[in-house]
Design a binder for this molecule. Structure first.
Ligand SMILES: Nc1nc2c(ncn2[C@@H]2O[C@H](COP(=O)(O)OP(=O)(O)OP(=O)(O)O)[C@@H](O)[C@H]2O)c(=O)[nH]1
Length: 203
């Protein structure tokens, strides 16, 4: 996909603030600090449209980014950040759960996991939950550049085994630093939003 326009739209705290123009939405879920903002910036060739930080847990709302007039990236608050209070963890859960289950525009969830480490309990729960509810999900393994090339396959295997990614299910190793995985991810995203456009054309 050729990105000609990318803009931050809103940090939404609830459904009333979600955009109403019905463009397809691609959600990004993952632990705090996994690299969601960096992935958005790499996908759209911008240094810092999405805010990146080395302080985990900074993104607390659903951040909407409109790409061309084709789709939104919806950046979720990172989960599993120990310093966040129980109350705000519950609020996180409710907001995300209702978005994931009710948002018609949602076409694909990018579940992001750090390739350097085995998936956390939260990663495993999230992936199970998404599949249980039949949501389309693509696992994106981040920070590939931080693993020596000769060891990468081993790391992919651990992630696939522990998350229970079935053969043929979507898994893309990615590096925001070097651009690895970008084209493959755009092609997956295009196929999910493309199907929708065809469906609409028939109506
Ligand atoms: N080397 C390398 N560093 C990365 C990569 N992706 C992210 N980082 C670094 O990891 C840190 C966290 O990245 P962010 O993109 O801010 O992570 P986030 O998931 O948006 O974080 P929250 O806003 O806390 O949810 C930053 O210091 C990034 O520079 C990558 O592919 N390679």
């Amino acid at each position: 996909m050729k990105v000609t326009k990318a803009e931050f739209i809103i940090s939404a705290v609830g459904p009333k603030q979600f955009p109403v123009d019905a463009l397809p939405e691609i959600a990004l879920a993952g632990r705090s600090n996994v690299g969601k903002s960096s992935l958005i910036n790499r996908m759209i060739n911008r240094k810092n449209l999405a805010r990146t930080s080395s302080t985990p847990g900074k993104t607390q709302q659903l951040n909407y980014y409109r790409i061309n007039d084709d789709l939104y990236f919806v950046d979720f608050p990172g989960y599993g950040y120990a310093k966040v209070s129980k109350t705000s963890r519950q609020a996180w859960g409710q907001m995300i759960e209702s978005y994931l289950l009710e948002r018609e525009q949602l076409k694909l969830v990018l579940q992001m996991v750090d390739l350097r480490h085995p998936p956390s309990k939260d990663d495993i729960m999230m992936y199970d939950w998404l599949r249980h509810h039949g949501l389309p999900v693509c696992v994106v393994g981040t920070k590939a550049d931080k693993i020596p090339k000769t060891r990468r396959e081993k790391h992919y295997k651990v992630i696939k085994q522990e998350l229970g990614i079935l053969p043929g299910a979507l898994f893309i190793p990615f590096s925001s630093e070097e651009g690895m995985g970008k084209e493959e991810l755009w092609s997956v995203i295009s196929s999910y939003i493309g199907n929708e456009n065809e469906g609409q054309a028939e109506v």
